[in-house]
Write a protein that binds this ligand. Structure first.
Ligand SMILES: CC(C)(COP(=O)(O)OP(=O)(O)OC[C@H]1O[C@@H](n2cnc3c(N)ncnc32)[C@H](O)[C@@H]1OP(=O)(O)O)[C@@H](O)C(=O)NCCC(=O)NCCS
Length: 122
């Protein structure tokens, strides 16, 4: 939570390059209920163009899901990508996140592959 707060503060202060844009969804009462975090990536799996508009983060509060809010956020994100001159939009999700998978597919994404990630300390 503290890490997230620090990241939000840095974004609002303009002192971070990532994400490049954050779009928020608000309830009728003005409560923040969802967001997308967006970036431009020079390469994205399965894409032929560069840069690619990229969905870095995507969240809707549990009580507001399945009402089209996630879809509306993705649509606004696609408009953002077009305004950046992109012709492709990409995203990823942990292999275990079935809701994310069906949501992406339901909104017109196609699966571009499954990758295994590795790390080591330097
Ligand atoms: C993924 C998420 C943002 C979707 O938000 P949402 O507001 O529920 O999305 P929508 O209501 O616009 O749904 C869009 C489409 O996705 C599909 N979908 C979404 N949730 C689904 C579910 N639980 N089961 C089956 N299909 C689902 C449907 O095709 C749906 O269209 P429909 O309702 O017309 O059938 C939301 O579930 C969420 O915040 N999940 C937790 C965070 C997360 O996993 N984010 C993705 C990280 S990779």
């Amino acid at each position: 939570m503290d890490v997230h707060r620090a990241e939000i503060d840095a974004f609002l202060a303009g002192s971070t390059k990532q994400p490049e844009a954050v779009l928020m969804a608000e309830s009728a009462e003005g409560k923040a209920i969802g967001f997308v975090e967006l970036s431009l990536r020079s390469y994205a799996e399965g894409c032929d163009t560069s840069p690619v508009a990229y969905l870095e983060g995507w969240f809707v509060e549990n009580a507001y899901r399945r009402r089209g809010i996630g879809g509306a956020l993705v649509e606004a994100a696609e408009d953002w990508g077009r305004r950046q001159g992109c012709t492709e939009f990409a995203s990823d999700a942990p292999a275990s996140n079935d809701t994310s998978r069906v949501s992406h597919l339901g909104l017109g994404f196609e699966e571009a592959g499954l990758i295994r990630c590795f790390r080591k300390s330097l």
